[in-house]
Unconditional design. Structure first.
Length: 206
């Protein structure tokens, strides 16, 4: 996938563009992996693309402007990186944002987390006290710590949906529990972001 994405990007650049990798759910995970991959090359501009062309049959004459900027915005992306992965540096000109619904289980869907919850569910029917002592396990895969993780917190006030936007650290987020599969749908994200935008606009003009 990466060579074809690189080729598509290079074919459209003229200089000064700002490329945003984005996606929902698995698409968000792919967007974040591509973003991290390009940053790991140290530079996204002409130097990287030209060097990459030498080893790619897809890019024989790459000459991407060096002032190209890249950012990444994901919605409901699953955990994709391990702690052993070499951290990447986010340039000042880039933004790396992970947007997550507070009740969405997918961004916590590391295998160890899912298996632990399945075991909890299995024992809860016979040992209700298990719930009070259960703690989320340490996952093997994580939301990238280089990203700014923002959590949407919806609440119903009378007949109006109000949504708060809160920044959390990855470790803090991983200690929370979410079980509402409906909250993973992109339609919910859109509705909650619109509600947050309405509330922000009302405060700005209040």
């Amino acid at each position: 996938m990466e060579p074809s994405v690189t080729k598509a990007i290079q074919a459209r650049l003229r200089g000064g563009e700002h490329i945003v990798f984005t996606g929902h759910s698995a698409g968000g995970g792919v967007a974040a992996l591509l973003f991290i991959h390009y940053l790991a090359q140290k530079t996204f501009g002409g130097q990287y693309m030209h060097a990459h062309a030498a080893n790619s049959r897809c890019l024989k004459h790459a000459n991407t402007p060096s002032d190209t900027k890249i950012s990444c915005l994901t919605f409901a992306a699953p955990p994709i990186v391990s702690r052993t992965q070499t951290p990447v540096t986010i340039p000042e000109t880039s933004t790396f944002l992970s947007c997550i619904n507070e009740n969405d289980p997918v961004p916590r869907a590391d295998k160890t987390y899912i298996m632990s919850f399945a075991e909890l569910y299995a024992t809860y029917k016979t040992r209700a006290e298990t719930l009070s002592s259960w703690l989320p396990p340490v996952p093997k895969l994580h939301i990238p710590e280089e990203s700014t993780l923002v959590v949407l917190r919806p609440k119903q006030v009378s007949d109006q949906l109000e949504v708060g936007l809160h920044e959390l650290g990855v470790e803090q987020f991983e200690k929370t529990l979410a079980l509402d599969a409906e909250a993973h749908k992109m339609d919910w994200y859109l509705e909650e972001l619109r509600a947050w935008d309405r509330g922000s606009s009302a405060m700005a003009h209040g």
